[in-house]
Design a protein. Sequence first.
Length: 62
Amino acid sequence: MKIRVDMDACDGHAQCVFAAPNVFELDGKGKVNYIAEPDESERERVMAAADACPLLAIEIIE
């Protein structure tokens, strides 16, 4: 599983951080940083993060 975040669409709402804190984080400027190839054990949380994103900026690539 790979993740891609459309940084042009992302507005820093941080719903992904709440859903998958081991994969997503906000830096000091409100920008989302993430692990592009998270461990498979994070799958459910990553999918929840993608669903929670109000701007649909998270893409999961199988």
